[in-house]
Design a protein around this ligand. Structure first.
Ligand code: ADP
Ligand code: MG
Length: 570
C-alpha cells in the first residue's frame, strides 16, 4: 500500500493536469496511524464530491468496549463521532478552488440516533466515510491544494475527531447510556401493558416547525398525571418515572394550542432514540407505531379498505380499491390498512391532519344521510374492533369530538401543556349526555390479506439508463420514471434514511420482488438482510450517507409508487 508521502508526491505530480488525472488516485494509502481509501473520484469539480474512507485501528483509536458493546451503544457512539467529525471538518475546511474544491463533509445527524453508514466503530477499527471536493482551478488539478487537503487536513480531522483520548469521555458515556436506556424502556413497554412512555420533565416542544431542537426558553417540562404514573428501573439512569399510555384507545383532548399535537409528535418520534439534551431522550413509543393521516391525491393500488369504506358510487370495488387520486377519507383508510399489513400494533392520529368525515359522523348527520347512502364507516365505529380483534391500540388527538368518549379507554386532557387524566369525567359526561348516534358497525376486524407486488411494475429504468433511482431531500424518491412523494410519511425523519430506503426499493426489485412473495415477506427479508449484513448490503458502492429506516417507511414508499401493481393470490 503506498504511504502518505507517496500520495503527496502523486498529487503534486498531477498539478495542472486535466481533472481526470485524479482518477488514477483511486485506492488505499497507509498514513502514520490510519488507512485512507479513495473509493470514488468525482468526474469534475462541480459533480457530486469524491467518496473517501478512513480506518483507524482500535489500538490507535482506543475506544473501550463499553462504548460500543451493543447496537444501542455503537449507534449512539457513531452519532456522537459523526457530530465531532463534522465540527472539525467545518473548522478546517478551506475553499481551495472552483466548484466544490476543498469541501470535506460527513453525513451529520440531527436529533435522532440512527444506525448510519458514515461511522462504524467495531472491535478492530473505527471507520469514517466522508465526501471531499478534490481541488481544481477550472478543470485543472490543483495538486498542492489537494495534497494539503488529503495529507494535512484529513489527518488533523482524524486525529481530533476519531481518537477516544481526544474526545469527551463523559459526553460519550451520556450518549451510549441514554441510547441503551431508551432501547431498554421501549423493549419493556409491551410487558407493562403500555404503548408509550413519557418521562417526567421531558421537553416536548421544538424550536420551530423547521428546527427540531428543543424549545430553548419557556418550555414547560412534562408533568405526569398521578393516575398514569409508572416507574421503570433503567440499566444506567436507575429509577425513572413518567406517564405510561396504556394499550387500548387513548384520547388526547384539551383546548386548542394546549400542547396536544406536540405530545403526539413526541410519541411519533419515540420510535427512535434521541441525543442527550434533546428533551425526548426518555420518550419512547411502541416501535411498530405508525402515524396515520389523510393524504388526498395519493395513489392506491389494490388495498382492501372495505372495513371503512363500502358501497362507493357506481359499485366501485373497495376490496381491491385502486385510484390515482385518493380522497381524504379513502387515503386515510388506505394508510391504516397498509400500516396494519406491515404489522403496526399502534396507530397515532391527530385531528389536525385527519379527514373529518373519516373520523366521525354525528347523530344529526346520520339522520340526514342514511347509512346506506354513506360509504364511510367512521373510525369511531371501528377503533374498538381494531383493538379487540387485532390488538391494535390507537392514540388519538381530539379537541373537536366528544363522541369519542364512548369508545375511549383512557382520556388525557392537556391543560396549558400539563396533562391530566380525565377518563372518569369523560365517562360521566358520556353517560349523562348520550349522543344518540347509532353505531354503524359491530363487526370484527379481519387482518388485511397479503398483497403480492409484480416485478415489472417496479421499473427502475429511465430512458437509456437501466437504473435511475435517487432521492431529492427528505421526502422525494425518484424511481425510474416515477416520482414517489413521501411528504405525508411523517416518521421518515432524516434524508439519509430516504437515501437508504431508495436503495432498498431497488434491492427489493433485484432480490425479492418475484410475483410470488407478499409485500410483507419482502419487507421482512430486506430487514433481515440489513440486520445480518449491515446497511451496506443495500448498495454496491460503499456510501457514507445512509441511515436505517423502519420497514413501515419502506412499505410506505413502495405503496406510493404510482406504477405499482399487486395481486392477491399466488
Ligand atoms: P394543540 O395541538 O393542542 O393545538 P400544539 O401542540 O400545536 O397545540 O401546541 C401549541 C403551541 O404550544 C406550539 O407552538 C408548541 O410548540 C407550544 N408548546 C407545546 N407544548 C409546550 C410546552 N410543554 N411548553 C411550551 N410550549 C409548548
Ligand atoms: Mg393540534
Amino acid at each position: 500500500m503506498p504511504d502518505q508521502n507517496q500520495l503527496r508526491d502523486a498529487l503534486i505530480a498531477i498539478d495542472g493536469r486535466s481533472y481526470k488525472a485524479y482518477k488514477e488516485l483511486r485506492g488505499s494509502y497507509q498514513f502514520s496511524d490510519f488507512s485512507l481509501y479513495i473509493d470514488h473520484v468525482q468526474g469534475d469539480p462541480f459533480a457530486a464530491p469524491s467518496r473517501l474512507r478512513v480506518e483507524v485501528a482500535q489500538d490507535q483509536a482506543g475506544y473501550p468496549p463499553h462504548t460500543h458493546a451493543n447496537a444501542s451503544r455503537s449507534n449512539a457512539l457513531g452519532t456522537y463521532l459523526a457530530g465531532q467529525f463534522d465540527r472539525h471538518c467545518r473548522r478546517l475546511q478551506a475553499r481551495r478552488g472552483s466548484g466544490k474544491s476543498g469541501l470535506i463533509e460527513i453525513d451529520t445527524p440531527a436529533q435522532e440516533i440512527l444506525q448510519r453508514t458514515c461511522i462504524h466503530v467495531g472491535d478492530r477499527c473505527v471507520e469514517a466515510r466522508f465526501a471531499v471536493g478534490l481541488p481544481a482551478q477550472g478543470r485543472r488539478v490543483l495538486g498542492r491544494q489537494a495534497a494539503a487537503l488529503l495529507c494535512d487536513d484529513i489527518p488533523a480531522i482524524v486525529e481530533a475527531a476519531l481518537h477516544y483520548a481526544q474526545n469527551d469521555a463523559d459526553e460519550i458515556d451520556r450518549y451510549v447510556q441514554i441510547a441503551e436506556d431508551a432501547d431498554f424502556l421501549r423493549a419493556q413497554l409491551a410487558t407493562r401493558g403500555l404503548v408509550a412512555f413519557v418521562a417526567e420533565n421531558s421537553i416536548l416542544p421544538r424550536r420551530s416547525g423547521v428546527d427540531d431542537r428543543p424549545l430553548a426558553e419557556d418550555a414547560i417540562p412534562f408533568d405526569t398525571p398521578d393516575s398514569l404514573h409508572v416507574e421503570f428501573t433503567l440499566p444506567n439512569a436507575g429509577p425513572v418515572s413518567g406517564m405510561g399510555i396504556p394499550h387500548g384507545v387513548t384520547l388526547i383532548a384539551g383546548g386548542g394550542f394546549h400542547g396536544k399535537s406536540t405530545l403526539l409528535a413526541a410519541l411519533e418520534r419515540g420510535v427512535y432514540n434521541h441525543i442527550p439534551g434533546d428533551g425526548r431522550e426518555l420518550v419512547v413509543c411502541d416501535p411498530t407505531a405508525v402515524k396515520i393521516r389523510a393524504e388526498d391525491g395519493r395513489r392506491v393500488e389494490s388495498v382492501d379498505i372495505s372495513p371503512f369504506i363500502d358501497n362507493l358510487p357506481h359499485g366501485r370495488d373497495t376490496r381491491h380499491f385502486r385510484t390515482d387520486n385518493a380522497s381524504g377519507s379513502t387515503s386515510q383508510a388506505t394508510n391504516i390498512i397498509e400500516a396494519l399489513a406491515a404489522g403496526a400494533q399502534t396507530l397515532l392520529i391527530d385531528e389536525d391532519t385527519a379527514a373529518t368525515n373519516f373520523m366521525i359522523r354525528d347523530h344529526r348527520m346520520q339522520l340526514l344521510v342514511a347509512k346506506d347512502r354513506e360509504p364511510i364507516t367512521p373510525f369511531i365505529d371501528r377503533v374498538r374492533a381494531l383493538y379487540e380483534h387485532l390488538g391494535v391500540s390507537t392514540v388519538l388527538v381530539v379537541g373537536g369530538s366528544g363522541d369519542y368518549f364512548d369508545v375511549a379507554d383512557t382520556v388525557v386532557a392537556m391543560d396549558k401543556y400539563i396533562p391530566q387524566e380525565a377518563t372518569a369525567r369523560a365517562k360521566t359526561i358520556a353517560a349523562e349526555h348520550p349522543t344518540q348516534r347509532q353505531r354503524e358497525s359491530d363487526e370484527t376486524f379481519s387482518p388485511p390479506l397479503p398483497r403480492i407486488p409484480l416485478p415489472q411494475s417496479l421499473d427502475p429504468s429511465r430512458g437509456r439508463r437501466e437504473v435511475n433511482v435517487k432521492t431529492r431531500g427528505l421526502r422525494t424518491v425518484l424511481f425510474g420514471e416515477e416520482t414517489v412523494d413521501l411528504s405525508a410519511v411523517e416518521q421518515l425523519v432524516d434524508a439519509s434514511q430516504t437515501r437508504a430506503l431508495c436503495a432498498a426499493m431497488l434491492y427489493a426489485r433485484e432480490h425479492y420482488v418475484d410475483g410470488k412473495r407478499s409485500l410483507r415477506e419482502i419487507l421482512d427479508l430486506i430487514m433481515r438482510d440489513i440486520a445480518q449484513h449491515g446497511l451496506d448490503v443495500l448498495d454496491r458502492r460503499l456510501v457514507g450517507d445512509h441511515a436505517l429506516f423502519r420497514h413501515f417507511e419502506l412499505a410506505a414508499a413502495l405503496n406510493r409508487l404510482r406504477s405499482l401493481q399487486v395481486v392477491d393470490e399466488r
